[in-house]
Write a new protein. Structure first.
Length: 177
């Protein structure tokens, strides 16, 4: 599927049954491309975070398109390479940074991808709960709450329920380069 409008989260369950966020997809991005390529069982679940419009192509038709349009196959390989780099980066991030560092990096990413200029900062328009942030950071909700408190205390962010304004994007980036 090709997302035309709206935002979605991509998740999987860990061994304990907790939701882990693998990423977010928005307009112009693909969903379900792995299963469409190899016809295997899906590896993740996609949940719309807001009304979502997408263009769907059945798997067989998609595979035929790849066979007859090398440029489409190359473009798909580019998407898959980007996703692999993203996954490698997340693994490295988990090993290299503590929870506040991982949160700082993810908030900077969210501000860049989903940010809107706001009075004195950048408002992240993607409404995420502390539980969802925890699933994305591979930590507990309590760990996210403490990390948010740390970043608030430094004056880098401002938060309300499912609402984050980044006050100092440069400081977030510098905290966990």
């Amino acid at each position: 599927m090709l997302v035309r409008a709206g935002q979605a989260k991509v998740t999987a369950l860990d061994r304990a049954g907790h939701e882990v966020i693998l990423g977010f997809r928005g307009p112009g991005e693909l969903l379900g491309e792995l299963s469409a390529v190899d016809a295997a069982r899906r590896s993740a679940t996609v949940t719309a975070l807001e009304p979502l419009t997408a263009l769907g192509v059945p798997g067989e038709a998609f595979r035929a398109l790849l066979d007859h349009r090398p440029a489409v196959a190359r473009a798909l390989l580019g998407v898959l390479a980007d996703r692999l780099r993203e996954a490698d980066g997340q693994r490295l991030e988990y090993l290299a940074y503590d929870v506040p560092g991982r949160l700082a990096r993810r908030l900077a990413e969210l501000a860049e991808r989903f940010g809107e200029p706001a009075d004195g900062g950048v408002e992240i328009t993607l409404a995420l709960s502390q539980g969802e942030l925890a699933g994305w950071l591979a930590c507990s909700r309590e760990g996210v709450a403490k990390a948010l408190a740390t970043l608030r205390g430094l004056g880098w962010i401002e938060t309300r329920r499912r609402h984050i304004v980044v006050r100092d994007l440069h400081a977030l980036r510098a905290y966990a380069p």
